[in-house]
Design a protein around this ligand. Structure first.
Ligand code: ATP
Length: 502
């Protein structure tokens, strides 16, 4: 599993998708830059989301609000008081950990033990093995899973009631620093994840600000502006794509958990009482959107929250099978009127909707969908990465990206760099570049050029050869099947269009 992620990280760097940020200066932890191919893939993912949310829903509009916001907004939203993670330090190694993650990783060891038992039995029984039956009856498996659950339950309780109890739990379980083994822990304390900064130039007038930890609040504080100027009737939604910043304690797993990342969020405003049916509707709509990317149904699952955040009356995650297991990709929350009511209270201004059908005023309820763009990028990249052994004994690395989001749609090659072939190929390039992101390449042998395009996920390659000059046909090669077909130059657009358009 670790190896699978390492390969994706290395590939992302080698082919210009993702670079460690400030690499020249040895990098900044959990911050990344997107390279020449990464930015194209990321832009395509944004467009794919924007199209589905804003363009195809006539009751959803977009905005782009500022990253800097009035500091009282984060008081109202609860982030100043409650956007914390439990932090613990190891006194010997001076390393810092998220206390809950430390315990969760420990609990996960019991799950691994259970999995080992299952694997052993699978080997022993071969074809006759009934895994479901085994998992639900085998005493060792049951015991390991019981122990895991007990630890997680106790953790949840201590986090809710008393953080000093979390320290006691860590000590009682005998958990040590994963690297050094040292069990010399400090007290657990709350660590606020927001980054602070200052607005203004003189020391006495400067105001403390935060970099926004979510884009959602930019939508809430613009609810009235959009509703009034857009003359919107409930239910309607506001969508936004933008950067968010969190000073994460555990920064690992590549672009899965970053300190600067991008969110694609939509807040859907509805009448009180109707929120749970809209919540169900958006759960299904969002899952179907993910499935349409074609990464495989088996790689998604819902994880309904039993413990709800202070603002929610229903919440679920869409989890994706990353190289390190099923993890949250998107959150869908029924946020009640928590945010708008809080902004009414803190700003002193009315945020009410007059419902002409019910003939009364109320604060709208909200259903939110929130997906991390970088996590989506990692989902697509890790799922598309394949190492294939070919029939002729060689191998290739291919990114089987959904064609609609591939950075380059088409690469155009002259077979040789003479006899007028480059000029002909350039002509095709110039003709198609207005419609697609196309690439022209004439260096190296044709086989090598194909491999390079496979590695960045280009769905089609076109080769111009000497016959092209006679009959205006070219070969078009398919990334996935590697088959080549002879087609007329005039038919290229018709052939490619239905496959690469969103
Ligand atoms: P997690 O539990 O994994 O920390 P979260 O529940 O705090 O995530 P939300 O606040 O619901 O996340 O944010 C919505 C989405 O934003 C998440 O589903 C995820 O895709 C993305 N996201 C959140 N934190 C990060 C991060 N540090 N790096 C990248 N993406 C993130």
């Amino acid at each position: 599993q670790e190896d699978a992620l390492k390969k994706v990280v290395a590939h992302a760097k080698e082919y210009g998708f993702v670079f460690p940020s400030s690499e020249l200066y040895d990098g900044l932890s959990a911050i990344y830059d997107y390279g020449q191919n990464g930015v194209e893939l990321k832009n395509n993912l944004k467009q794919y989301w924007w199209k589905a949310m804003v363009q195809l829903n006539d009751n959803i509009t977009g905005i782009d609000s500022a990253i800097f916001m009035h500091p009282t907004i984060w008081k109202a939203s609860g982030h100043v008081d409650a956007f914390n993670d439990p932090l613990i330090d190891n006194k010997d190694s001076k390393k810092r950990f998220r206390a809950d993650v430390l315990v969760e990783d420990f609990a996960e060891k019991f799950e691994e033990k259970a999995k080992k038992e299952i694997e052993k039995a699978k080997k022993r029984f071969g074809e006759d093995f009934d895994q479901e039956q085994f998992e639900s009856t085998h005493p060792k498996v049951l015991e390991y899973r019981k122990q895991k659950q007990e630890i997680l339950d106790r953790l949840a309780k201590t986090l809710e009631t008393d953080l000093s109890k979390t320290k006691e739990l860590i000590e009682e379980l005998g958990i040590g620093d994963p690297e050094t083994g040292s069990k010399n822990w400090t007290e657990v304390r709350q660590f606020n994840l927001m980054f602070g900064t200052k607005l203004g130039s003189t020391a006495d007038t400067a105001t403390d600000l935060y970099l926004r930890p979510e884009t959602a609040q930019g939508i809430f504080v613009n609810y009235l502006n959009v509703q009034k100027t857009g003359r919107k009737k409930l239910p309607f939604g506001i969508a936004q794509i933008g950067k968010a910043f969190r000073n994460e304690i555990v920064a690992r797993q590549f672009i899965f958990r970053m300190r600067e990342f991008e969110q694609m969020e939509m807040q859907f405003f509805v009448a009180p009482g109707s929120e749970l049916s809209f919540f169900e509707e958006w759960k299904n709509k969002r899952l179907n959107w993910h499935l349409a990317l074609g990464l495989g149904k088996e790689n998604y699952r819902f994880h309904d929250h039993e413990k709800l955040a202070h603002y929610a009356n229903a919440a679920t995650d869409i989890e994706f099978q990353f190289p390190f297991g099923f993890k949250e990709l998107e959150g869908i929350h029924s946020r009640t009127d928590f945010d708008l009511s809080a902004h009414e209270k803190f700003s002193g201004k009315k945020i009410q909707y007059f419902d002409p059908e019910l003939n009364k005023n109320y604060v709208p309820y909200v259903v939110e969908t929130s997906v991390g763009l970088d996590r989506l990028f990692l989902a697509v990249l890790s799922n598309s990465y394949n190492e294939e052994s070919l029939e002729d004994g060689t191998s290739r690395t291919v990114l089987a990206l959904p064609p609609a989001i591939a950075p380059t749609k088409l690469a155009i090659f002259p077979l040789v760099k003479k006899d007028g072939l480059p000029e002909y190929a350039q002509k095709i390039f110039n003709d198609l570049k207005y419609d697609y992101n196309v690439m022209y390449e004439d260096k190296d042998a044709i086989g090598k050029r194909y491999r390079r395009q496979d590695a960045i996920g280009t769905p089609y390659c076109i080769t111009v050869d000497h016959d092209t000059l006679k009959d205006n046909t070219v070969t078009i090669r398919d990334r996935d099947t590697m088959t080549q077909e002879r087609v007329s130059v005039d038919s290229l657009r018709e052939l490619i269009d239905p496959k690469v358009n969103m």
